[in-house]
Ligand binder design. Structure first.
Ligand code: NI
Ligand code: MN
Length: 260
């Protein structure tokens, strides 16, 4: 030890166990685990570095979120992947209730401001943006993006996050795309990736396995499935297919929190 900074990081099957940093003998700082809480469909929170990032709030009309009490949802940031109603249904209400900084495409940020939300950070595909929990980079998603009234919502986005607590990728609604092969350039090691797996509008489990290869991350949290008949999949088969490919598909229950 001798007062030297030592850092060790244990990684098992793509899952970070803990980061221990010894700055002085006798002092050990343990970095927090990243926590993922699922609200059904493609709504979820990720807690990292003491901050809560809420993604694509959709509770009203989300059949999976009936038992979620939105009064209990706190957020420091709300990240929006695109304008579709199943990703923005409760965005304005949650933005106002939480006072979170809303991060989304330029057009989404403008729509929020028109709807009375002042704390917005507009961005687009490109270089990373530094926030107090780490950096976020908006990346391509192959999808479409408009608001419920048909107005233009810019390009659909995914986000790559690099933080002192670890790295993760939230693809947003997307098909499998070669652009995913760029992601290891920006985050050589991802701790987990959040992928839609319900098919029809997005990747299905088979394409999510290819996506996991593209981004070099074997731990996948599945979203955007079993909300309605059109996106219903056989979850046991999906998990088995991931396992056969040497990967892990995590499907936390609605309202449940997992550590990653
Ligand atoms: Ni969509
Ligand atoms: Mn969607």
């Amino acid at each position: 030890m001798n007062g030297q900074k030592e850092e060790s990081r244990t990684v098992v099957c793509g899952q970070k166990e803990a980061i221990f940093v010894n700055i002085n003998p006798g002092m050990v700082f343990v970095a927090d685990m990243t926590k993922f809480t699922f609200y059904g469909h493609a709504s979820f929170s990720i807690e990292t570095g003491g901050k809560t990032l809420l993604f694509d709030p959709f509770f009203t009309g989300n059949p999976l979120a009936k038992d979620i009490d939105t009064d209990k949802i706190m957020a420091d940031y709300i990240f929006i992947t695109h304008g579709h109603g199943d990703h923005t249904g409760d965005l304005v209400a949650l933005a106002k209730k939480t006072g979170a900084l809303c991060v989304g495409a330029f057009e989404v940020a403008g729509w929020l401001q028109k709807n009375g939300v002042e704390k917005v950070h507009p961005l687009n595909h490109g270089g990373p943006v530094a926030f107090d929990f780490g950096k976020a980079r908006a990346v391509n998603a192959i999808h479409s993006s408009s608001f419920g009234d048909g107005s233009y919502a810019g390009n659909p986005l995914g986000y790559v996050f690099t933080t002192a607590n670890g790295n993760f990728y939230v693809s947003g609604d997307t098909a499998l795309t070669m652009d995913m092969q760029l992601i290891p350039l920006w985050a050589a090691k991802l701790d987990f990736a959040v992928f839609p797996i319900g098919g029809n509008y997005t990747m299905d489990p088979a394409d999510a396995i290819h996506a996991s290869d593209f981004v070099k991350c074997n731990t996948v949290v599945g979203v955007h499935y079993n909300t309605w008949p059109i996106v219903t999949i056989d979850t046991e088969k999906a998990k088995a297919d991931f396992a056969a490919a040497g990967k892990k598909l995590l499907l936390p229950g609605v309202g449940k929190t997992i550590e990653l």
